[in-house]
Design a binder for this molecule. Structure first.
Ligand SMILES: [Zn+2]
Length: 432
């Protein structure tokens, strides 16, 4: 097994836990220098000196996205502003952006976490990578780029879009690794076929590092086949991260049995979103993360709003750090339709289990005389025509799993939107 940081990546779990507690105590003192956070601690009756054991850490107040919005842009900085060398933030298209500011040391921690991920995912120095995550305010592009260079791999920093050129470069340079969102990977596969390029024969892609949006196992299987990753002996590795913790920070290793979270830098808790009690391994709960290593704007006990399942068993790769083994969905993305909770990721799992259907779909939520309804619009797979009996059976399956009627409308191939970045799967036409 090849590691980037073997000593740290395979550290016994008990030693990791001791290290985490030590770092959490130190970080609590550090963030206490920030006026907003100090007030939060004081209001909850906790002083950083009171944190002695794991039980005490449960008293550390939570932070949320609203805290970031309310304190935009620099209100949550606890480190020295003079040490800041870079700023990233979310696009802010749906409100106030979520910012992150970094010192040189913060960037080094981030780069190191990402370098571990790439090596765990099977990336080699000899690989040629087309890096299509956007370079700019979004954390993805630079987060990937610097780690890839650190490993010594060969990066072609194309950024997003320009699919014709992306395919041309893949052929000219013999690109072996492709990065970007899962929906862009699915789109590139479709576009290649349209252009008469067979990824398995005409391209050399063996690894894909895809993140920035949820990806079901079904979609990953399709990307592995369509882009030739499996045929070339590799596969797609899912990537997860969030601007609030620095950016993309975690990925699948080559065993693809869960996304490794680096416990020497991030403390992970899985909590019941209502009672805030820890849930057992294997049970879904809200992912709450503490940044143990950043110095400028670390957040402790940040409620991510992601509903996940985590395992603390040592992975087959020998890494001892916890793994996210399942994304149930973003609590934010969950839509409430007529009293029923629906996760778009759950819908994707059902749809992509059918080879007759393409990965181009959307969930339309409508309102008529105060009644809310769901509908799925989806294109069939290329060259396939689906009949009424298939649609009826699919509607029945959706009804059983979602506990909600959900008619399916088959659309013409090419009629639904394609995405070069994050996909938008829900069209909500309701007035409120
Ligand atoms: Zn592993």
């Amino acid at each position: 097994m090849v590691y980037y940081d073997q000593k740290w990546e395979t550290m016994p779990l008990d030693d990791l836990r001791d290290l985490q507690l030590k770092k959490l105590k130190k970080q609590a003192h550090h963030v206490y220098q920030n006026q907003f956070i100090k007030k939060r601690f004081d209001d909850s009756g906790l002083h950083p000196d009171d944190i002695k054991n794991w039980e005490d850490t449960k008293k550390v107040p939570f932070m949320t996205k609203d805290d970031l919005r309310d304190n935009y842009p620099t209100g949550l900085v606890s480190g020295n502003w003079d040490d800041v060398v870079r700023v990233h933030m979310t696009s802010g298209t749906t409100g106030v952006p979520t910012p992150m500011v970094y010192s040189k040391n913060d960037l080094d921690v981030w780069t190191r976490c990402m370098a571990r991920n790439f090596v765990a995912g099977g990336l080699k120095k000899s690989d040629i990578i087309q890096q299509t995550h956007g370079y700019g305010l979004f954390t993805g592009g630079f987060g990937f780029h610097y780690a890839l260079e650190t490993i010594g791999a060969k990066v072609i920093p194309t950024g997003a879009g320009g699919s014709e050129r992306q395919l041309r470069l893949m052929q000219e340079w013999g690109t072996t690794v492709f990065t970007g969102t899962p929906s862009y990977a699915a789109y590139i596969a479709e576009f290649a076929i349209e252009k008469g390029i067979d990824p398995e024969k005409d391209l050399k892609l063996r690894l894909g590092f895809h993140g920035g949006e949820p990806c079901s196992d079904e979609l990953r299987d399709r990307i592995n086949t369509r882009l030739g990753y499996s045929a070339h002996g590799g596969g797609m590795r899912r990537c997860y991260g969030l601007t609030e913790m620095g950016g993309p920070i975690t990925m699948d290793c080559e065993y693809e049995n869960g996304i490794h979270l680096w416990a020497d830098h991030y403390l992970v808790e899985i909590l019941d979103p209502v009672t805030h009690e820890n849930v057992a391994d294997g049970q879904p709960g809200e992912l709450v993360i503490s940044n143990l290593s950043f110095e400028i704007m670390p957040l402790l006990r940040y409620r991510t709003g992601d509903n996940v399942v985590v395992s603390h068993d040592t992975c087959q790769c020998g890494r001892t750090h916890p793994r996210i083994t399942k994304f149930v969905g973003r609590l934010d993305d969950m839509i409430l339709v007529g009293g029923t909770n629906v996760f778009p990721s759950q819908v994707e799992c059902i749809l992509l289990n059918h080879a007759e259907l393409s990965e181009n779909w959307q969930l339309v939520v409508d309102e008529k005389k105060g009644l809310h309804s769901l509908k799925i619009e989806i294109e069939p797979a290329a060259g396939i025509s689906v009949n009424e009996a298939f649609v009826t059976a699919l509607e029945k399956e959706l009804h059983q799993i979602l506990a909600k009627k959900c008619p399916v409308e088959i659309k013409a191939v090419g009629s639904l939107p394609r995405f070069e970045g994050k996909s938008v799967r829900v069209v909500d036409n309701r007035s409120s």
